[in-house]
Design a protein around this ligand. Structure first.
Ligand code: HEM
Length: 124
């Protein structure tokens, strides 16, 4: 599959039966899959003809979902200067996770301090 498509090409496929979307600069044809999507057809229709990378990653799709996606591949996205910038590839989810972990640690200490203060007040 070495075909290249621009965003303009992808945008021509926005109907339910003929639905293309972009994930990490690869073009996928999902028309046959719309009815089978466990997340429903609505969400796929929402990103029809667009870059669906963030929507796809936000859900935390399984490896099985990624395999299905591979089977729907029709080509590669060719970006032109006026197109939006590509989504940086897989490093971003781990960054998000470490940020979340950092926040959780702060939240834990905050709660610990509040509880300690409450206990101090109760017994002092
Ligand atoms: C062609 C691209 C896509 C494929 C092949 C796909 C595949 C799947 C699969 C196999 C599942 C079942 C759970 C899992 O294995 O992770 C699923 C669930 C789900 N998908 Fe997708 N998906 C695609 C695109 C999207 C997009 C763009 C969205 C937008 C938000 C989305 C939203 C969801 C949601 C919300 C669920 C959870 C359903 C539930 O657990 O009730 N999916 N998808």
């Amino acid at each position: 599959m070495s075909a290249e498509y621009t965003f303009a090409d992808v945008k021509e496929h926005q109907s339910k039966k003929d639905l293309w979307l972009v994930v990490y600069d690869k073009v996928y044809s999902c028309g046959e899959f719309v009815d089978e999507h466990p997340g429903g057809e609505e969400v796929l229709m929402d990103v029809a003809g667009q870059d669906a990378t963030l929507a796809f990653e936000d859900v935390g799709h399984s490896d099985e979902a990624r395999e299905i996606l591979n089977g729907l591949l029709v080509g590669t996205l060719k970006r032109t200067a006026s197109d939006p910038k590509p989504v940086p590839s897989t490093s971003s989810p781990s960054q998000t996770q470490s940020n979340d972990a950092g926040t959780a640690v702060y939240a834990f200490f905050f709660v610990a301090v509040v509880v300690a203060f409450g206990a101090y007040k109760m017994y002092a």
